[in-house]
Ligand binder design. Structure first.
Ligand code: AHG
Ligand code: MN
Ligand code: MN
Length: 281
C-alpha cells in the first residue's frame, strides 16, 4: 500500500460513514467558516471525521480544510486539502452533496500543478467516488456501498457536450459573461444544482460546462482554489477536458492564502476555450 492508497482508502472509509449519518447532521447549525459562510452541523462533523482519519496517516503531513482557519501540521508527507461537505446548503432540501479532496506534494498555499491526486465523492441516490492519481493513467469511478468499495468504470468525457450550468444571476455577472451564458444556454441544456461535485459529475456524464464566475458579492468567484477548483480541474484535465479561471488553467492559479477564491470553469476543452476568448484580457 502506497501513501496515496492510504489517503484514498481513508477518504472512502470516512465517506461511507458520512453517507450513513448525513440525515442526523443535516438540521443543526454550526459556526462561521473562514470564508465567512454559515456552517451547518454536518460541515463541522464531517470535517472532524475526515481530520481524525487523515491526520493519523503516516503519509499525511498537513491537513487543510475549508472549515478550518489554519493548516494542521501532522508530520511529514502530503498536504491534504478538503472540502468535507460540498454544497452543504443542499442538505435542507435533500439534494446531492459531495466531498472534494486534493492531495498536494507541497506545503500549502500551492498551485494545482503540485497535485498528485484528487477525489470527488458524490452522495447522490448512491455514493460514488471519482479518483484521479498521478500514478494511474485512468480516472476511475468507484461505488461506495456500505463498507465496500467497488470499481465502477474508467471515466471519459463525451465528445459531444450537452449540458451547461453557470452560477449567478443575470446582471450580477460581467456583461461579457452574461452574453456568453445567453449563448451557451441556447445551445446546451441547463443543469445547475448548487453542489459543484454533483454539477461537475453531470458534465463528466453528458459533456458540457460548469462555471462559477465573478459575481456581485464574490468578485473573485465563490469557489476556493485549494479545496474545490484545483482538485476538480485536476480530474477534468486528467480526462482531456479543460479548466480555466478565465485566462489560465485552474492548475496554474497561484493562491497566496489557504482560502483564496477563483473564478472557475470546468468541462469540455472547446467550451473552456470559448470562456477564455469571451472573458480573457
Ligand atoms: P460549500 O457548501 O462547500 O460551501 O460549496 C458550495 C459551492 C459549490 O458547491 C456550488 O457550486 C456553489 O457553492 C453554489 O453556490 P450558489 O448557491 O451561489 O449557486
Ligand atoms: Mn464546496
Ligand atoms: Mn463545504
Amino acid at each position: 500500500m502506497s501513501d496515496l492508497d492510504d489517503v484514498v482508502g481513508s477518504v472512502h472509509a470516512v465517506a461511507a460513514e458520512v453517507r450513513a449519518n448525513l440525515a442526523a447532521h443535516a438540521g443543526g447549525e454550526g459556526g462561521t467558516n473562514p470564508s465567512g459562510e454559515a456552517q451547518i452541523d454536518a460541515d463541522v462533523w464531517a470535517d472532524e471525521r475526515f481530520f481524525e482519519a487523515l491526520s493519523a496517516l503516516d503519509g499525511v503531513g498537513e491537513y487543510v480544510s475549508e472549515e478550518r482557519e489554519t493548516a494542521v501540521d501532522c508530520g511529514t508527507g502530503y498536504a491534504v486539502a478538503i472540502d468535507p461537505l460540498d454544497g452543504s446548503s443542499n442538505l435542507a432540501s435533500n439534494n446531492p452533496v459531495g466531498t472534494i479532496v486534493g492531495v498536494y506534494d507541497a506545503e500549502l498555499p500551492a498551485p494545482g500543478r503540485d497535485l498528485v491526486a484528487a477525489v470527488m465523492v458524490l452522495y447522490g441516490p448512491y455514493t460514488t467516488s471519482v479518483v484521479a492519481r498521478e500514478d494511474d493513467e485512468e480516472v476511475v469511478e468507484y461505488l461506495l456501498d456500505g463498507g465496500e468499495v467497488r470499481r465502477r468504470s474508467a471515466c471519459s468525457l463525451p465528445d459531444d457536450p450537452t449540458v451547461v450550468g453557470i452560477a449567478g444571476k443575470r446582471g450580477e455577472r460581467s456583461a461579457a459573461c452574461d452574453a456568453l451564458v445567453d449563448e451557451l444556454e441556447r445551445e446546451l441544456k441547463l443543469r445547475y444544482g448548487g453542489a459543484m461535485a454533483a454539477d461537475v459529475r453531470q458534465v463528466l456524464e453528458y459533456g458540457g460546462l460548469f462555471g462559477y464566475p465573478a459575481v456581485e458579492g464574490h468578485p473573485d468567484g465563490k469557489l476556493r482554489v485549494h479545496f474545490e477548483s484545483a482538485p476538480l480541474g485536476y480530474i477534468v484535465e486528467s480526462l482531456g477536458g479543460g479548466s480555466t479561471d478565465g485566462e489560465r488553467s485552474l492548475l496554474d492559479v497561484e493562491p497566496t492564502g489557504l482560502h483564496d477564491r477563483t473564478q472557475t470553469f470546468l468541462g469540455d476543452a472547446a467550451l473552456v476555450e470559448r470562456v477564455e476568448a469571451a472573458l480573457g484580457d
